[in-house]
Ligand binder design. Structure first.
Ligand code: PRT
Ligand code: MG
Length: 214
């Protein structure tokens, strides 16, 4: 396909990117939140939006199926970043990646005793690295969503998940006990495309930088 493709995900990223896209002159011609389409023309004739699962965004950009993308630091860290430039923190879709446990579970004590912890998460790579760096032995349980259930039902001692307001944890009787990293959405660029299509891509990257500052 000719032109420029920008990969982004429905939900939080798309909602919070809306105002940015408007400032950059890339408003979609239809509302991606309600349409069943996956590719959207924008008011810029050479640029289309590609709507994906959040965790797939870095992969599409890595292989050049999209030239640009907007992805959370959480999924970028999990992906590893191969083939990607990450020129810009857009400062949107902010949250924190946290370790959380059932209220009353003695996390610090368990870590000090050197207990082996069962951790449920969809962020397997990030979680493994975090606990390896602390020298804590963990058994990872890979889930695809609703991590909050795992400690409640005894599947795990702790979870690693994103926390924004904290309401989801509270509603499930959980508390956060450790921050792994702050998370926000980044602009990502296919490294090869930045060389072959620089004349088209650089002005867009500059426009995103300008719009993100406001
Ligand atoms: O559909 P899919 O499974 O792919 O993703 P999703 O529905 O979990 O999230 P989506 O697509 O709406 O957006 C995912 C991206 O948004 C993430 O990759 C983050 O970079 C960013 N983001 C920012 C968040 C949150 N904040 C967030 N709070 N993604 C998810 N959450 C979830 C969190 O997992 C938990 O279930 O919201 C809940 C906690 O929110 P609070 O406010 O109750 O603390
Ligand atoms: Mg979703």
């Amino acid at each position: 396909m000719t032109g420029i493709g920008i990969a982004l995900s429905k939900g939080r990223i798309l909602r919070e990117t809306g105002p940015l896209l408007a400032r950059v002159g890339l408003r979609p011609k239809e509302d991606p939140e309600t349409s069943r389409k996956l590719i959207f023309a924008t008011e810029h004739p050479g640029v289309r939006l590609i709507v994906l699962r959040a965790a797939d965004t870095p992969t599409y950009v890595q292989y050049g199926a999209a030239d640009l993308g907007i992805a959370g630091k959480d999924v970028l860290h999990e992906h590893g970043g191969a083939g990607l430039y990450q020129p810009l923190d857009l400062g949107i879709a902010r949250c924190r990646m946290m370790v959380a446990v059932r209220k009353g579970f003695e996390y610090e004590g368990a870590v000090r005793r050197g207990a082996r912890l069962r951790i449920a998460t969809k962020y397997v790579r990030t979680t493994r690295e975090h606990f390896a760096a602390k020298g804590v032995h963990v058994d990872l349980i890979h889930l695809y969503g609703s991590m909050e259930l795992a400690p409640v039902l005894g599947l795990a001692d702790a979870i690693v998940d994103l926390v924004a307001s904290g309401r989801t944890l509270t509603a499930n009787g959980l508390v956060s006990v450790e921050e792994i990293m702050p998370v926000s959405a980044r602009l990502i660029v296919n490294q090869a495309a930045l060389k072959t299509k620089r004349a088209q891509l650089q002005p867009l990257i500059d426009a995103f930088a300008e719009a993100a500052l406001r």
